[in-house]
Design a binder for this molecule. Structure first.
Ligand SMILES: *Cc1c(COP(=O)(O)O)cnc(C)c1O
Length: 408
């Protein structure tokens, strides 16, 4: 027997209540515009239903299908699905087996995971300042803080804006540093004809719900170096590699009592695997991703055009929406806190990406001065950016920024 949903309770109470068809906002009601919002539809629901019907929701064939589709999309040899970009970053460093206590160069202006992954591996984060203009990792500071104990660098394509990998990678190679790209803010971005995520040794992507596309939670590791990933499938799944079943083959052949239960543990693994439910959503989201990226680019162009005349603000960074794919849009202003409160009153969610990690108590023992990031972040406001953001909503946000009294 099907349960009946009390639909009438979900309907607006007031009989006169009407909705703007393009924004889905109630007319004459305050706005309620989210900063990020996943764009999910019936197609994703149908894909989950399919996984239900097969009764296979754990690590299974859909994960492999999504991995292959992702490798093809990015244009790399191998992709391995995990349950977050945090896990991807942890495993990416683990792939190299660096001795405990070595140093990894990371930007200060990033999400916690970029540096936490360093600590998970018993390595030391060396925090690098931001480029004043692009807010990506500062190449001069990188050179300055590098020493012989450094083993890797993790550039973050901040907001989706590419780090100049054509300069960073040759520099890192010369120093013998491994390069792991934190691509959590981009999915499908291309820099100088080469996909972001394929410039370094390993690229890490995020499918958390606020990112370019989502699987609820999820992540992907990519490489063009199969040797590097030889243990990664075991590392993401409690030490068991499905290929171990092949090892079992010889037992099976020799002994009619099948050794189908056999597996061998060779590496320390984590419970980091992606599952078939997430992969089913991911396959659908991937097919929509080019559309999402295009939509975000159009929104950024509209913001840039609409805000051009406002003297008191500058774009967060030199956005090139026609060339790159962005997950974050924002502005800089010295009236940051007051403008945030103004927008909040008008129903517009905003954010600050990020408080530099060098200011976080967790990292207080890793003292590396990052004066540009620490000075500039006080001016950052991230503005709503997601594929379902309506033109009227962007126009409303622009109007509210223009209405704001900066000079008081
Ligand atoms: C979101 C994010 C991550 C972590 O992604 P999860 O999938 O949530 O683990 C890592 N790095 C950066 C820069 C991020 O923004």
């Amino acid at each position: 027997m099907a349960l009946k949903t009390p639909n009438n309770q979900l309907k607006p109470q007031s009989p006169n209540h009407s909705f703007n068809p393009s924004t889905h906002q109630p007319i004459n009601q305050p706005m309620n515009i989210r900063l990020f919002k996943p764009s999910l539809g019936e197609e994703e629901l149908a894909a989950i239903k399919d996984a239900f019907d097969r009764s296979w929701v754990g690590l299974g064939p859909k994960v492999e299908e999504f991995e292959n589709a992702w490798a093809k999309f990015i244009g790399c040899k191998i992709a391995v699905g995990v349950n977050s970009a945090t896990a991807a970053l942890h495993l990416a460093l683990a792939c190299f087996g660096f001795p405990e206590g070595k140093k990894v160069l990371v930007p200060s202006l990033t999400f916690s995971s970029t540096a936490s992954a360093v600590l998970y591996n018993r390595l030391i984060p060396v925090f690098i300042d931001s480029d004043r203009v692009t807010l990506g990792i500062n190449l001069e500071d990188l050179e300055k803080k590098y020493d012989k104990d450094c083993v890797a660098v993790i550039p973050v394509h901040y907001a989706g804006h590419p780090v100049p990998m054509d300069i960073l990678v040759p520099w890192a190679r010369e120093k013998g540093l491994k390069v792991i790209e934190d691509c959590a803010h981009t999915a499908g971005g291309i820099f100088k004809g080469k996909a972001l995520g394929t410039w370094g040794d390993i690229g890490c992507f995020s499918f958390e719900e606020k990112k370019c596309m989502t699987t609820g939670d999820g992540g992907m590791m990519v490489t063009n170096n199969p040797d590097l990933f030889k243990n990664v499938k075991a590392m993401r799944w409690v030490g068991i590699d499905k290929d171990n079943w092949k090892t079992a083959q010889k037992y099976t052949e020799a002994n009619h009592d099948a050794m189908h239960w056999f597996y061998e543990l060779n590496v320390l693994g984590y419970k980091y695997n992606m599952n078939d439910l997430a992969a089913s959503i991911g396959l659908v989201q991937l097919s929509k991703l080019p559309g999402f990226n295009k939509k975000r680019s159009i929104i950024i162009s509209n913001y840039l055009k609409g805000l051009e005349s406002v003297q008191e603000i500058t774009p967060l960074l030199p956005f090139e929406p026609e060339n790159f794919t962005y997950q974050i849009f924002g502005i800089r202003t010295t009236s940051r806190d007051r403008l945030m409160i103004h927008l909040k009153r008008k129903g517009v969610s905003t954010g600050c990406h990020y408080t530099p990690l060098t200011l976080q108590p967790l990292f207080k023992n890793f003292f590396y001065p990052c004066p540009i990031a620490e000075e500039e972040y006080c001016k950052f406001i991230s503005l709503p950016l997601h594929p379902d953001l309506a033109e009227e909503e962007v126009a409303f946000i622009i109007e509210e920024i223009k209405n704001f009294k900066f000079g008081e």
